[in-house]
Design a protein around this ligand. Structure first.
Ligand SMILES: Cc1cc2nc3c(=O)[nH]c(=O)nc-3n(C[C@H](O)[C@H](O)[C@H](O)COP(=O)(O)OP(=O)(O)OC[C@H]3O[C@@H](n4cnc5c(N)ncnc54)[C@H](O)[C@@H]3O)c2cc1C
Ligand code: SF4
Length: 431
């Protein structure tokens, strides 16, 4: 049987591994290790904050090794490293976001249908919302913002509203891509952790395998087929280090939280992002911000008395990433749209009863990177860029042409499913 290497075990990688195992002998190469939820509780975080021990967001990685932090002058960029990738620290949102792909002539209906058969998607959490969440929902409704309960991936009958979704769910409620990885392993796939792929080795126009670091050792892993799914930050670096050009079109979906002091808000013990308001260039969703709360000096109220709403922006595609640095700045238009979101949040809080001087802003942070090898009409059928060797595919958010300003996991899974079908056919046809 031919051998496929899948790089990364997040949304794209775990899907590709599950779909391809059996058609190929799959090995997943994963830079990180087993996922461990953060055990430190909020009281511990608050004590560290009071003691002045938390001053730079990059410390998050020390406390919670799954989270990898990069910084630009304007924002904090986060992604997950380890089995399950960023899906282990996601908030479980399940939104189909393939409008831009449809416009290119890409129809992923069949793939989404498969996903809904495989992963439960539910809004059952609504019955456990706290009274402040219910009130925010009502206010958004009164303001004709058409709030909708957020569809979530997983079995939310098990959810206990602990509010720790981004720190890892320990109650078996939230789905993450380790479930797909498990299926792949049961079908015979091999998973190697602590194996950081540095480049694809290309000879005579074909990928012959990948070079990766395991501890101090650098090793060559041969393959007939290579699928890169190391995420929107890492895949372009691997491509560029393999001599394949990417586009300076990085988007990240920046998040800005607007918060207010509210005694007994207890949002830190509420499911994260329980409902969503969709606007043209951003979404709003109630959110306790684990980036701003520990590190942003203006977040001075106790966690239990802090109530926040996230603005998640569909940003311009104006960034780039290499193995040396990430460049990502907000354009004037991005800032203008974020400003519109802030005004809307302030109006929601005013109606809620918050005082103007008790409203404050968070640190801009982002965790939906992609866009540096965007699909165009030309690749609508093949899902394969001309600049890649025939037997090298990308199966993650790197292919998404525009910022979604929305949760991307479902769409990435659908893309990875289609790519798995396409490359299996292609390789079969090649004999
Ligand atoms: C806090 C947070 C909450 C989020 N919540 C949601 C949500 O609720 N719903 C939603 O749809 N989206 C959410 N997202 C975004 C979503 O999790 C990611 O967009 C998605 O997981 C990306 O999938 P991916 O396969 O492209 O990359 P990832 O899931 O990031 O997976 C990449 C994998 O590659 C591995 N890797 C990286 N470099 C290498 C290398 N060199 N060699 C080998 N392996 C490597 C990583 O360890 C990782 O396992 C959230 C993001 C964050 C940061
Ligand atoms: S609120 Fe807690 S139990 Fe519910 S999904 Fe999030 S982490 Fe899991």
């Amino acid at each position: 049987m031919k051998h496929a290497i899948v790089v990364g075990s997040g949304a794209g990688g775990a899907t590709a591994a599950k779909e391809l195992q059996g058609k190929f002998a799959v090995t997943v190469l994963e830079a990180g290790t087993e996922f461990r939820p953060l055990s430190l509780g909020l009281p511990g975080i608050e004590r560290m904050k009071k003691a002045g021990l938390l001053f730079d967001e990059r410390e998050l990685h020390l406390i919670f090794p799954t989270v990898q932090i990069r910084k630009t002058p304007e924002m904090v960029l986060a992604n997950g490293i380890g089995l399950g990738g960023t899906t282990t620290i996601c908030t479980g949102n399940a939104v189909r976001m393939d409008r831009d792909l449809k416009a290119l002539g890409i129809n992923l209906d069949a793939e989404f249908e498969e996903i809904y058969q495989e992963i439960p998607v539910t809004t059952v959490h609504q019955k456990r919302w706290h009274k402040h969440t219910r009130r925010l929902f009502e206010i958004c409704h009164e303001m004709n913002l058409d709030p909708q309960p957020m569809p979530k991936l997983g079995n939310y009958e098990n959810c206990i509203s602990c509010g720790r979704c981004v720190l890892g769910c320990t109650h078996g409620a939230k789905w993450d891509s380790r479930q797909f990885l498990q299926v792949a392993v049961e079908r015979g796939a091999e998973v190697m952790t602590n194996c950081k792929v540095e480049r694809v080795v290309i000879e005579n126009g074909r990928a012959t395998g990948v070079e990766a670091r395991r501890g101090w050792m650098r090793q060559f892993y041969p393959a007939d087929l290579v699928i890169l799914a190391a995420g929107g930050f890492a895949t372009p670096v691997i491509l560029q280090d393999s001599g394949i050009r990417c586009e300076p079109r990085l988007f990240v979906d920046p998040v800005l939280c607007v918060a207010t002091a509210w005694a007994g808000a207890q949002q830190c013990q509420e499911i994260e992002m329980p409902f969503v308001v969709q606007r043209e260039h951003f979404i709003l969703s109630p959110y306790f911000d684990y980036v701003s709360f520990p590190f942003n000096k203006t977040w001075k109220y106790p966690a239990k008395d802090t109530l926040g709403i996230m603005i998640k922006l569909a940003d311009s595609t104006t960034g780039s990433i290499s193995n040396k640095e990430v460049k990502k700045a907000l354009t004037a238009e991005d800032k203008h749209r974020l400003g519109q979101g802030v005004e809307l949040c302030k109006e929601i809080f005013r109606r809620f009863g918050a005082k103007e001087d008790s409203i404050f802003l968070g640190t801009i942070n982002a965790g939906h990177p992609g866009g540096t090898l965007p699909l165009t009409e030309q690749e609508a059928e093949s899902f394969h860029h001309d600049r890649l060797p025939r037997n090298l595919y990308v199966a993650d958010a790197t292919l998404i042409p525009q910022s979604l300003g929305n949760p991307p996991i479902l769409t990435i899974i659908a893309i990875a499913k289609r790519i798995s079908k396409v490359c299996a056919q292609e390789m079969h046809a090649e004999g």
